[in-house]
Design a protein around this ligand. Structure first.
Ligand code: ACM
Length: 632
């Protein structure tokens, strides 16, 4: 009773404080914000003032015109500060928390944005779009819409300088225009690093002028669709009709597009493993002479039997004992360094299967010569040589956490993907770290029950992603550059699927890397996420509603009876279910406690409802499939 009274009190006080209105659905949530009652109504014309001293002035103006005119039918008119409704103001950097900080004040007097640099102004605009009605995301203006922005006083700045998203363009190729859309979508949530995974076994995606074979051969393979990893091998003679790559001009265009949106592009050339596309072009650079290489087309050659172990049926590694490997990498990194302005070059370094190295006489010779006692030290020898090549181009090296095996190269930055332990250890060794643990930020993994999702592996539900903290217990925060979500594309054939995997988990990571921890709140994030679903609907951007789908656990009771327990990630859902093959509606039983398959039943169907309306997917759970999950 007492508990009930206090929860009622807390609901009432929340409503009173907020003046009955929930606060605007901003993602990531700003560092500090208050919302006095009221709103400013923008008319048919919006007058703006932007000081000449703002470096990205013309870009900001163009963004304002494009968005307001296209989606709201509002024309932008430049004018003097004293009379403008939207006023941008340059303030001294020292008054702000960082170069990316901004403040946004909306009152009866209009809209005032203050920042010291381009990034701050750009981020203020992203916040402004989110304060406007969702229809600002629509491709065309809707007649009769009122364009009100709530009164607000916002002071905002990021928690981390590295707010990354990785896109794998190697397994499936995404065109320059698709990458630009991706940049638009990420920048809207204040991400500022686009890590492009440019090379892998399935494709080499960047022009290297001195090495045209890399793209002429490495960028193409036989086309496949369906269940990745289950395809048969390619016939060496079949047409290599799937692929593509970015020319250096394409890359320059993407870099400029990204820079306007405050995004720096991080290039990854993944070596010594994951190198089959390179080896298709230069077959004698592995330690296994005579191997016939093709760019992989989705047949399985890497195997993960469990316990973190893996093996490969083909040697897809560069050979650390071959000097021509380093000469080739020197050429590649010379061109990469000249092209990309960012201080880091990512050299991959992950998942190198050592079985073929162990059999190689050339490698044994190298071990003797260099006094390397095991395969970890061989890998470390290779990584350190790559680090020296990259340093010789005036850049710093970053790699996946395997680069720690056998000893870290001096100054190398670590991207921690196998959980956070690598990142914690590297930070204690005073190496820069980007946290991207597969436990939380791998947005290519399942986000709902595998029986109702497109096929992938692993599981990272939205709530888990939202719990991501780039500074885990035990890490030295001084060395944590930030965090990153990774989107691998083995199974992503289209941007529709890509978007489905990315949103809303990408919003959860955006908040983890931008917002102060004390501002995070799961229930409030769900509320804001739902508002962004509507924005995505209007913008034509896909997303997943898997957060409404229950988590399904199965066990045997009384030896043979299958019992299912269901758990939801969010409140206020009721789960209706059926065993009789009919899609459950709201008149079907509500789940309250674990349920048992009755005699004869072969399928459980579950549908989430909120306020009497179906929400999320209907889940169809065959008994035979559920039984496979039960650990004996
Ligand atoms: C990785 O996921 N292999 C970095």
């Amino acid at each position: 009773m007492v508990k009930w009274f206090f929860s009622l009190l807390s609901v009432l006080s929340t409503l009173c404080l907020a003046g009955q209105l929930p606060s605007p659905a901003l993602i990531p949530i700003p560092a500090e914000a208050s919302y006095p009652p009221g709103s400013y109504l923008i008319g048919k014309e919006l007058t703006v003032s932007i000081p000449e001293g703002i470096k990205n002035r013309s870009f900001l103006l163009e963004q304002l015109s494009t968005k307001f005119t296209r989606s709201a039918g509002i024309t932008i008119q430049e004018t003097r500060e004293e009379v403008a409704v939207l006023r941008l103001r340059l303030v001294p950097a020292a008054t702000l928390a960082s170069r990316e900080a901004y403040s946004l004040e909306i009152s009866n007097n209009g809209i005032v944005i203050s920042a010291a640099e381009e990034a701050g102004f750009f981020y203020a605009l992203q916040t402004l779009w989110q304060l406007l009605p969702a229809e600002i995301e629509a491709p065309t203006a809707q007649p009769g819409k009122e364009w009100a922005v709530p009164f607000a006083s916002i002071r905002d700045y990021p928690r981390f300088g590295w707010r990354g998203l990785m896109l794998d363009v190697a397994r499936h190729f995404f065109t320059k225009e698709q990458v630009k859309d991706f940049i638009d979508h990420m920048a809207a949530y204040k991400y500022n690093r686009l890590h492009l995974h440019l090379t892998d076994d399935q494709g080499w995606r960047i022009e290297i002028k001195q090495l045209p074979r890399l793209t002429a051969i490495g960028a193409y393979r036989g086309e496949r669709t369906g269940k990745w990893g289950e395809f048969g091998k390619q016939d060496p003679k079949e047409p290599k009709n799937y692929g593509g790559y970015y020319t250096q001009d394409d890359i320059r265009e993407l870099l400029a597009y990204a820079a306007d949106r405050q995004v720096a592009i991080v290039p990854e050339i993944d070596v010594p493993g994951h190198s089959m596309a390179l080896l298709a072009a230069y077959p004698d650079l592995s330690c296994t002479p005579g191997t016939t290489y093709q760019v992989n087309g989705g047949d399985r050659f890497m195997h993960w039997p469990g316990g973190g172990k893996f093996y490969s049926t083909i040697d897809n590694n560069l050979c650390p004992a071959n000097e021509r490997v380093y000469a080739l990498l020197d050429t590649i990194f010379t061109e990469i360094a000249a092209l990309f302005p960012i201080e880091y070059i990512h050299m991959g370094g992950d998942e190198t299967y050592k079985g073929f190295w162990e059999k190689s006489d050339a490698l044994k010779g190298l071990m003797k010569r260099e006094n390397l006692k095991d395969m970890h030290e061989v890998q470390s020898y290779f990584v350190k040589r790559v680090a020296r090549i990259i340093a010789s181009k005036g850049k710093k090296m970053m790699g996946w956490d395997e680069i720690m095996e056998g000893g870290l190269a001096p100054g190398a930055a670590v991207m921690s993907w196998q959980g956070d332990k690598g990142g914690i250890a590297a930070s204690k060794l005073k190496h820069p770290v980007v946290m991207s643990p597969n436990s939380h930020t791998y947005v290519d993994l399942y986000q709902g029950d595998p029986l109702s999702e497109p096929p992938t592996y692993g599981m990272v539900r939205l709530k888990k992603t939202y719990a991501f903290d780039p500074v885990p217990a035990g890490a030295d925060p001084t060395y944590i550059l930030g965090g990153q979500a990774n989107l691998w594309s083995e199974r992503l054939y289209t941007t529709r699927h890509l978007e489905y995997m990315l949103w809303p988990r990408g919003w959860a990571v955006a908040e983890a890397v931008w917002s102060p921890v004390k501002r995070k709140d799961w229930n409030d994030f769900v509320r804001r996420t739902e508002a962004h679903f509507k924005r995505n609907d209007l913008a034509g951007i896909n997303y997943s509603t898997s957060l409404y789908d229950p988590m399904v656990n199965v066990q045997y009771v009384q030896d043979t009876v299958v019992q299912v327990s269901l758990q939801t990630e969010t409140d206020q859902l009721s789960l209706h279910y059926s065993f009789d093959e009919f899609p459950p509606d709201r008149f079907y039983p509500v789940y309250t406690a674990p349920i048992r398959f009755p005699p004869g039943a072969s399928t459980l169907q579950v549908q989430s409802f909120r306020n009497g309306q179906p929400i999320g997917k209907r889940m169809i759970l065959p008994l035979a499939e559920l039984k496979k999950r039960i650990r004996k």
